[in-house]
Design a protein around this ligand. Structure first.
Ligand SMILES: *Cc1c(COP(=O)(O)O)cnc(C)c1O
Length: 391
């Protein structure tokens, strides 16, 4: 018998282990040894999916019409519901036939975009710190990621003027993500306009990842990229039901924007997956058509938790203002620690799992991210434990 020729493809060797998988392994180890770990590590809503949405799934799951291969491009009813949602929420018109493509969660769309739009050797501009899939997706496609540092002095917005001309010339695609994971920063109209102009002048596809567009507080309403004039000529926007309707496990999102780009992603995906279980699509239609009362109520819960975390950390010497959007708190690690060191210290000392900033890129070093998606009692317990932390 011959041994296999390789343990894995070279392209996988380019990709560091998925941070959350690594952390999960460590947390599981602790749990096995009997420690009651409170996880504030992953952004995964603890609140359940609203009942009306679950009910539609239950009914649709029992209907044999939904048991066969779905359409590659999603139910027309779902694409229509997405276009209507955009119109009502942002006053933006999308053609549901050509400008909307449902995806298996937005990670599906995000990870595959470079395979559809970028050639090997092209540059993909990605924020650092940022959602790691922007970089790994580029690497899988043989592209060259170029990081745009996000810094506190720029309010965690990339400095577009700092991108060298020769880099911008080779760049095919730019990622932005506001409201932002992990920094919880938001982007105003001025910055988004600047980004649209920058990409238009240089022929770069601007991809805006917007899963937190509905997770915002105190009357703040995040913008859609397509509220910016000219954005649809160069842009794509990625949305998800995961965060808006507490549906991370359901895998439903969409990409929308310039029709020919959407079509290319659709063409690629016909060769990768075979669509989204139709019962899930019907539930998604119910979600989008049902108004935003539940989302607003969830946001009140997150805002209350944000205040608890800010009060606790501020009593320990931090200076944190609760964020305007997302369910994350992004804060500097204390002097004398790097981010992995501090996260390990917190896990070992008090059994609370937070995410080291460096896991989101080199420029996340010196920070940690904490997610307020733990039940109230668990978050309160975690904050009590933090007060006992020695450092
Ligand atoms: C959660 C998240 C996503 C992906 O969500 P899906 O569950 O795949 O829809 C994408 N981008 C960012 C920045 C996220 O935080």
């Amino acid at each position: 018998m011959r041994t296999t020729k390789a343990a894995g493809a070279r392209r996988l060797g380019l990709i560091p282990p998925y941070l959350f998988a690594e952390i999960d392994r460590k947390v599981q180890e602790k749990k096995r040894s009997g420690i009651d770990v409170i996880s504030l590590g992953i952004g995964d809503p603890d609140l359940p999916t609203p009942k009306r949405i679950v009910s539609v799934l239950q009914e649709a799951a029992a209907d044999a019409d939904n048991h066969r291969y779905p359409s590659y491009f999603g139910l027309a009813e779902l694409r229509g519901a997405i276009a209507n949602w955009y119109r009502d929420r942002f006053d933006v018109r999308l053609d549901p036939q050509t400008e909307v493509l449902p995806t298996l969660g937005s990670k599906d769309g995000i990870s595959h975009v470079p395979l559809a739009l970028v050639d090997p050797g092209d540059i993909v501009l990605a924020p650092d710190p940022g959602y790691t899939v922007y970089v790994t997706g580029a690497l899988m496609a043989g592209a060259e990621p170029y990081t745009m540092p996000l810094k506190p002095e720029n309010d965690w917005l990339p400095d577009l003027d700092a991108i060298p001309d020769e880099v911008a010339q080779r760049a095919r695609l730019m990622w932005l993500n506001y409201p932002n994971n992990p920094t919880a920063a938001v982007a105003d109209r001025k910055f988004l306009t600047r980004a649209v102009d920058f990409c238009r002048e240089r022929g770069i596809v601007l991809c805006h990842d917007a899963p937190y567009s509905e997770i915002a507080f105190d009357g703040y309403r995040p913008l859609s990229l397509f509220e910016i004039p000219g954005a649809k000529e160069i842009g794509l926007e990625f949305h998800s039901l995961s965060k808006t309707f507490n549906m991370t496990g359901w895998r439903l999102g969409w990409v929308c924007g310039r029709a020919d780009l959407v079509a290319l992603i659709g063409q690629l995906k016909t060769n990768i997956d075979s669509g989204i279980f139709q019962a899930v699509q019907w539930a998604g239609i119910e979600a989008l058509n049902g108004g935003e009362e539940e989302t607003r109520a969830a946001c009140e819960v997150y805002a209350r938790r944000h205040r608890l975390v800010a009060d606790t950390l501020n009593s320990l010497g931090w200076k944190i203002t609760p964020p305007r959007a997302t369910f994350y708190v992004w804060a500097p690690v204390p002097d004398g620690y790097d981010s992995i060191g501090f996260a390990s210290h917190v896990l070992d000392e008090v059994g609370v799992n937070i995410t080291p900033g460096v896991g989101f890129g080199a420029h996340g070093e010196g920070y940690f991210r904490l997610s307020v998606t733990a039940p109230d009692a668990r978050l309160a317990e975690a904050m009590k434990r933090m007060e006992k932390l020695r450092h």
